[in-house]
Design a protein. Structure first.
Length: 252
């Protein structure tokens, strides 16, 4: 199912409308409403922070999570100051797999003398139309008895029609606590790659962001919330914020 929004708030509203009438399923005996193979498209991905008052996104947590990702630290000592969620899925060493920054910036590739962010830049500097500019998240080593099985599978970047397109694939994404914080981070990554690539391609433009989830869902405790999100959007037409205007954008 393809769902489009100009900014992330319009997309959030359109997704919430679809989820209200979506079928039920119960992974881990937790009742959810679910869309299978959701292809989400944000046409202006700089506008990546949800402003819908019914969602009431925590900007403090968003900033803390972004700083934690950029630290590349698998320890939850810092991020758990903002949310107790991470305590529930950490291992005995108080570490998790899902620090995306650790995967992108700290892990060195076996046959490439740098990290995955550099790999993406290298491939697109070599060939403007490359199809190899890929970041892998969920890895074979994550297939163990862990409480933190990484949700993102890949992020792929391509330049077409002189625009840098971002395509993020998720095996699983909760709309409320997952997508609304995940999308700003992936937009942050998209924007940084765009700025780096403009050093070679001066007239490059920022293209659409595709965010594809094999299971896009909302848990039973949020069934009423998605109805409130729809009503709030129809009443007040909230406009999404950029990371820059919130003081959260930092050039890598």
């Amino acid at each position: 199912m393809k769902i489009v929004g100009r900014d992330v708030d319009e997309l959030f509203y359109n997704v919430a409308k679809e989820l209200i009438n979506s079928p039920l399923c119960s992974p881990r005996d937790l009742k959810t409403k679910e869309i299978i193979k959701a292809e989400l498209v944000v046409q202006e991905p700089k506008y990546c922070v949800v402003s819908n008052g019914a969602r009431n996104l925590s900007l403090k947590y968003l900033g803390g999570e972004l700083d934690w990702y950029l630290s590349g630290d698998k320890s939850i000592d810092k991020i758990s100051e903002y949310s107790s969620f991470w305590e529930k899925i950490a291992d005995l060493n108080r570490e998790v797999n899902s620090n995306y920054g650790e995967i992108i910036f700290k892990q060195k590739l076996e046959n490439f003398d740098n990290n995955q962010y550099s790999w993406v830049l290298d491939k697109l500097f070599e060939d403007k139309y490359s199809r190899k500019a890929l970041i892998n998240f969920n890895q074979p080593k994550h297939k163990s008895n862990t409480n933190d099985f990484v949700c993102a599978t890949s992020a792929h970047y391509m330049i077409r029609d002189n625009k840098l397109i971002s395509i993020v694939d998720m095996r699983s994404n909760d709309l409320i606590f997952g997508f609304s914080y995940d999308f700003p981070f992936f937009s942050y990554l998209h924007q940084n790659l765009f700025l780096d690539l403009k050093e070679k391609y001066a007239d490059l433009e920022l293209g659409e962001a595709y965010h594809d989830a094999n299971s896009l869902h909302v848990y039973e405790r949020h069934f009423n919330l998605i109805e409130k999100i729809v009503k709030e959007y129809e009443l007040n037409n909230p406009k999404s914020k950029t990371l820059d205007e919130l003081g959260l954008f930092k050039k890598l």
